[in-house]
Design a protein. Structure first.
Length: 386
């Protein structure tokens, strides 16, 4: 930048001027001795060179360039309060050489961490905050804040803290606020959902305290809360017991659901069997009803037919005779049906000496209405053989 370039030019000019003056004095001393060497310092070109170098130095000292992430406080001898009332913003600025100087401050976001890890915190070693809960348990808190200087309040920061604000303000603020706030909670609350409430309360208080001193808080992070070894072991045992209880409750619930499933299964199966039995009974009843209706309809039709054709009963009677019985029909008004095998008959005819009585008499007529009257049971009287 221009101020850095002028600074480099100024330093280079002074070096060259010193070399030039030294060379001139030595040369004059060699030719004229000491007096000639002293007189050579008053030569015009040496005076002109001196004025030129001084001018470059004053120009370099009067120009200040601030980076975009910087702001400055101008310490001024010529100002009544010893400083300019307005902070110096980024860019190229003029100051009074030798009467003013600029103190630079960063305005970018900075991180400050206090941790138990020696290599993680802003300070080497264990820098965690030791605190006690409301029930007397010792806890160790790891925390971080992301903050920056308020550009409009940089003069107040310079007057109050200068560049010591980390060690003299931020660190003590975090320690005191965290210890005070943790003491409002029990160890169980700190280790449960109340932790969010603790973090929110700490962030609000730290934000307000930083704002009062000219700082802006972006975020407060409650990174970790560690307990003493004894308390951590007790919590672990409690968690294990709680997990075992939950597991047993889960197993009992699964067994209960399985039993309910089996019960529902048996209930459904029994209901299905009952429904099947009912359906089967209804089907059988329907079959019987249909058969009865069919038989009734058949009898009705048979009675109608028999009323019109009475000889049909004779035909039906003959059809019902067993196939093994051989009969002979005699064309007479009283037909006879003769059981051939039972009477010792052969295929050629009746055995000699046998007498045959009529076996079955068929009625010549039917009563009115087509009702059938069975004939008397036939009898067979064999003749003794010779």
């Amino acid at each position: 930048m221009l101020d850095q370039l002028l600074n480099f030019v100024s330093i280079t000019a002074w070096i060259l001027f010193a070399v030039f003056v030294g060379f001139t004095v030595v040369r004059a001393f060699q030719y004229g001795g000491l007096q000639e060497g002293i007189r050579s310092l008053g030569r015009p070109w040496i005076i002109i060179s001196l004025l030129l170098v001084v001018g470059i130095s004053l120009l370099s000292a009067s120009l200040v360039f601030l980076e975009p992430q910087e702001t400055g406080v101008v310490i001024s001898v010529v100002s009544p309060d010893g400083y300019r009332q307005q902070p110096m913003r980024s860019g190229l600025h003029w100051i009074v050489p030798l009467a003013e100087r600029v103190m630079r401050y960063p305005i970018y976001w900075q991180n400050f961490t206090m941790s138990t890890d020696p290599l993680e915190g802003s300070k080497v070693g264990n820098d965690a905050i030791a605190a006690r809960t409301s029930d007397g348990q010792a806890v160790y808190v790891d925390s971080s804040i992301i903050y920056r200087l308020d550009p409009n309040e940089v003069i107040r920061v310079h007057i109050d803290l200068q560049d010591r604000y980390v060690d003299d303000f931020i660190r003590p603020l975090l320690r005191g606020t965290i210890r005070t706030e943790v003491s409002q909670f029990t160890a169980e609350e700190v280790n449960s959902s109340k932790r969010k409430d603790l973090e929110k309360s700490l962030e609000d208080q730290i934000r307000q305290a930083l704002s009062d001193k000219g700082f802006v808080l972006d975020r407060f992070l409650l990174r970790n809360i560690a307990f003493s070894t004894q308390y951590a072991s007790a919590i672990e045992q409690k968690q294990i017991a709680e997990q075992e209880r939950t597991q047993k409750e889960y197993q009992a619930e699964q067994m209960r659901k399985l039993a309910e499933g089996q019960r529902d299964k048996y209930k459904i199966e029994a209901q299905g069997k009952a429904d099947a039995t009912v359906l089967e009974g209804e089907a059988q009843a329907k079959v019987i009803l249909l058969k009865a209706q069919a038989q009734a309809e058949a009898l009705r039709l048979l009675n109608e037919i028999l009323g019109k054709n009475r000889d049909l009963i004779t035909y039906q009677y003959v059809e019902k005779i067993a196939p093994g019985i051989k009969v002979m029909l005699v064309p007479n008004n009283n037909p006879f049906i003769l059981p051939m095998p039972d009477l010792g008959l052969t295929e050629e005819g009746v055995t000699a000496g046998s007498t045959i009585s009529p076996t079955i008499g068929l009625p010549n007529s039917f009563p009115a209405g087509g009702t059938l009257t069975p004939s008397p049971t036939p009898t067979v009287t064999p003749t003794p053989g010779r």
